[in-house]
Write a protein of this length. Structure first.
Lengths: 742, 50
């Protein structure tokens, strides 16, 4: 637990004053280096659930949260992490534009206390904006545990701002921080740091020129910041001001500076800011003389080893998939049994009781319950997977994964930083496309976006689980792992092809900060697992429901058909089926399911549920409601027991392969049984490979359109993925047949 | 099939199409991020939490 440093706001009157002000509203920007804990701080203060992760670049757009503090409405704006306010990456531009143009009332500068010098470089730049700044000296507990001694009083005196030690993960120091923030907005602006006589003389001359000749700019920009940007001949600012030839006075005033230092003004200014940050750090920070090797360094020696790095990454993924299956399978079986049993019976009973038309009963049971129900079955699998991915993100391992993949990424003309959006793609491809904003140039963004859909998102899991449950129970974790690895391998292959065709050029250098390993708190794990997984539940209740209804109509129209094959959906499937015959699943049912899966990949399973699962046992005696409820409770308790024993078991997947309950499971899993009769293990593997690779879902298409302002990149992704899916499935199916596996 | 059945059927299909349009196009698939309502929350700060 962090020790309270004893910092208390001095001006008590200010505290009381804030109390009597009625609903004053202030906007506070939260700025800092990547991975300094900005989003965590906002979540801790405002009770929001912004996405956080122990790696740089999690936040790529500004987000906000509002709350009330002692009569003041505070709107916190979470800016993407930046190392400086120089506009080189998109997140830097977002942060800079916000601070300069939106003019927040105050800035909370979140500083990682374990990396003081690097973080202070941004602090120095923030002070140029003339906006009140309060520093949240975050991760203070880790700094203390490393033996760092930070002289907070001296830091406050030198910078002229309040410095509050905080530990956002433990919600420590937040009251003091808010008190300082509300006080800062009614007080003074930060003091000007001295950049040395050469720079200050030139700055005064430029300032005078602006005041005399361009007073209108003073309403738009902070004066000192504008002066420095003009001296640096910042291309964005020059373009924005459109003052053209009038900049000759700047050249005149900076001539002496350039001559004296033998460099351009931007470099001179950068050197001076680093000198200020470095000098301040030496002044206030005392590190222990003898430093022992930290746990992070010990782990990294193995994890980042050039020979062991990638095998360890692949092994970590295998463990994740194995645990995902082992933990979730009994719960998936339980939901399956509930949706195909009691829920279906209850819906039929209710509709019968209100004398609803017979077709509405079929729509409810064979359409909605079969369609949505078969997707809900896989919610435990998705949540388990998201839990383990969140754990890897929070622990800091995902940043290492990007690092070890750097060499492979260079082969395809990208660098390890591109692997971060790809890793996000394992959860959902949509935020992964948005996360390409961390990449500096449009070429990298476009190429990474084209490769992201090859990362297997959570929506594809239900399809895999149905087929793996039907054919590969003994090797479930390994088969699932093979699909994810295949996605990554094909991304590398496609990257090489794209590099030689559409995206010629050198791969940029990769500099990435590796955060220390941290044990994520259980609460944080639960919150972010829920945030990642809940949209699958929302999808089930919205567009999977809508598509299930539409598929039911397409399967039953024209009205009165005897065979589903004669329905509109059946006829459409029959047109496409011949194209899929060489890849092993040339039947109309598979073709129709793949077409509906274009909306979202889970819908492949819901459509199969509607097509394949027929009504049976019409005359079977219906159990009473109390029997159903009793059965639900008993089977759930069994699922919990099975799940626990699966996780600790080192053998197979008991819940999917258990001999003793096989008959029972067959009765409970009608979709798996039908699939067993329609596919062979070889065609099943070809089918799930096709689902892995064929076009990105509609929402990814929309995200790509939004990010690039054109349908061009989605068009390319659609074309190459369709071709790739067919070729790979063909190779697997025909190759397998040649080897006698069919 | 009666007239009421046809009206009911058209209403259900229209509702499903609208739900699909709204959730896929307007709500961007309810994927994680601001559009899914994870931010812009308004709460009263509770210092006891800290």
């Amino acid at each position: 637990m962090m020790q309270d440093t004893g910092y208390k706001i001095q001006d008590k009157d200010m505290h009381h004053a804030s109390g009597i002000m009625h609903q004053r509203t202030i906007t506070v920007a939260v700025a800092g280096n990547p991975n300094s804990g900005k989003s965590t701080l906002i979540n801790a203060i405002a009770g929001t659930r912004l996405y956080v992760g122990n790696w740089p670049g999690v936040t790529v757009e500004k987000k906000s949260a509002s709350f009330e503090y002692e009569g003041t409405n505070i709107k916190l704006v979470d800016l993407p992490g930046t190392y400086s306010l120089s506009p080189y990456t998109q997140e830097e531009i977002i942060a800079r534009n916000y601070l300069v143009h939106e003019k927040p009332d105050a800035i909370i500068n979140v500083v990682d206390a374990t990396n003081l010098e690097r973080n202070l470089y941004l602090t120095v730049q923030l002070l140029e904006l003339g906006i009140p700044v309060v520093m949240a000296l975050n991760i203070h507990d880790e700094a203390l545990s490393k033996g760092y001694k930070i002289d907070i009083k001296t830091m406050e005196d030198i910078l002229g701002i309040k410095v509050i030690p905080t530990v956002a993960t433990k919600k420590t120091g937040l009251s003091d921080l808010l008190m300082a923030v509300t006080a800062s907005t009614s007080g003074h602006n930060p003091k000007k740091l001295n950049y040395g006589s050469d720079i200050e003389v030139a700055a005064s001359a430029v300032e005078k020129q602006i005041k005399n000749n361009y007073p209108q700019l003073l309403e738009k920009y902070p004066l000192r910041w504008l002066v420095f940007k003009l001296m640096e001949e910042d291309s964005h600012v020059m373009e924005e001001l459109n003052i053209g030839d009038s900049v000759s006075f700047i050249e005149e005033t900076t001539k002496h500076l350039k001559k004296a230092h033998g460099d351009d003004v931007e470099s001179i200014m950068a050197d001076e800011r680093y000198a200020l940050a470095s000098g301040l750090t030496h002044e206030v920070l005392k590190k222990p003389e003898f430093r022992k090797m930290e746990l992070t360094e010990k782990i990294d020696k193995i994890v980042l080893n050039r020979f062991l790095g990638i095998p360890i990454f692949l092994a970590a993924m295998w463990v994740v998939f194995k645990l995902t299956f082992d933990f979730s399978a009994p719960f998936a079986d339980w939901i399956d049994a509930m949706t195909t049993g009691p829920f279906k019976r209850w819906a039929e009973a209710i509709l019968g009781f209100i004398h609803a038309p017979a077709w509405t009963a079929s729509l409810a049971t064979d359409g909605i319950i079969a369609g949505v129900g078969f997707v809900l079955v896989f919610v435990p699998v998705i949540f388990a997977m998201m839990f383990f991915i969140t754990f890897l993100e929070g622990s800091g391992y995902m940043a290492r994964a990007a690092f070890v993949m750097d060499r492979a990424m260079h082969a395809i003309g990208l660098h390890g930083k591109s692997f971060i959006p790809m890793l996000l793609g394992f959860g959902c491809n949509v935020p992964a496309v948005y996360a390409t904003r961390v990449l500096e140039n449009p070429r990298d963004k476009a190429l990474t976006s084209l490769l992201i859909p090859l990362m297997s998102c959570g929506a594809r899991l239900p399809v895999y689980v149905v087929f793996i449950g039907a054919f590969f129970t003994a090797y479930a974790g390994t088969v699932l792992w093979s699909l994810y690895v295949m996605g990554i391998a094909l991304a590398v292959l496609m990257g090489i092809i794209f590099k030689r065709t559409l995206f010629k050029g050198e791969s940029p250098m990769f500099i990435m900060e590796l955060p220390p390993y941290r044990m994520p708190s259980f609460r944080s794990l639960m919150i972010h697992t829920w945030e990642k997984g809940k949209h699958f539940l929302i999808k089930a209740g919205t567009y999977i429901l809508a598509v299930s209804i539409l598929v039911w109509f397409l399967l039953n129209l024209p009205w009165g058909i005897e065979n589903k094959k004669d329905s509109y959906l059946g006829k459409m499937g029959q047109v496409i089926a011949p194209v899929l015959a060489p890849v092993g699943f040339g039947n109309w049912e598979a073709a129709s399911s793949l077409v509906s899966g274009l909306i979202a990949k889970e819908i492949v399973v819901s459509t199969m549920g509607e097509i394949y699962v027929q009504k049976k046992d019409e005359k079977k005696e219906q159990p009473a409601l109390t029997d159903d409820l009793k059965e639900m409770g008993t089977s759930f308790a069994n699922a919990v027991k099975d799940s626990a024993s699966n996780v600790i078991s080192t053998f197979g997947i008991a819940s999917l392969s258990s001999e003793e309950s096989k008959e029972e499971k067959e009765e409970r899993s009608p979709l798996r049984d039908v699939i067993k009769s329609k596919f062979t293990p070889l065609s099943a593997y070809a089918f799930i490979t096709f689902v892995l690779l064929y076009m990105p879902c509609v929402v990814v298409a929309i995200a790509m359109r939004q990010e690039f302002g054109t349908w061009k990149w989605f068009g390319i992704a659609f074309a190459y993925q369709m071709a790739l899916a067919w070729i790979v499935a063909f190779a697997i199916y025909q190759g397998g047949k040649l080897l006698g596996l069919g | 099939m009666s007239f009421v059945d046809i009206v009911l059927m058209v209403a259900i299909i229209t509702g499903a199409v609208y739900l699909l349009y709204r959730s896929v196009w307007k709500k961007k698939g309810h994927c994680p991020g601001c559009d899914s309502g994870t931010c812009d929350t308004k709460k009263k700060y509770n210092p006891k939490d800290c």
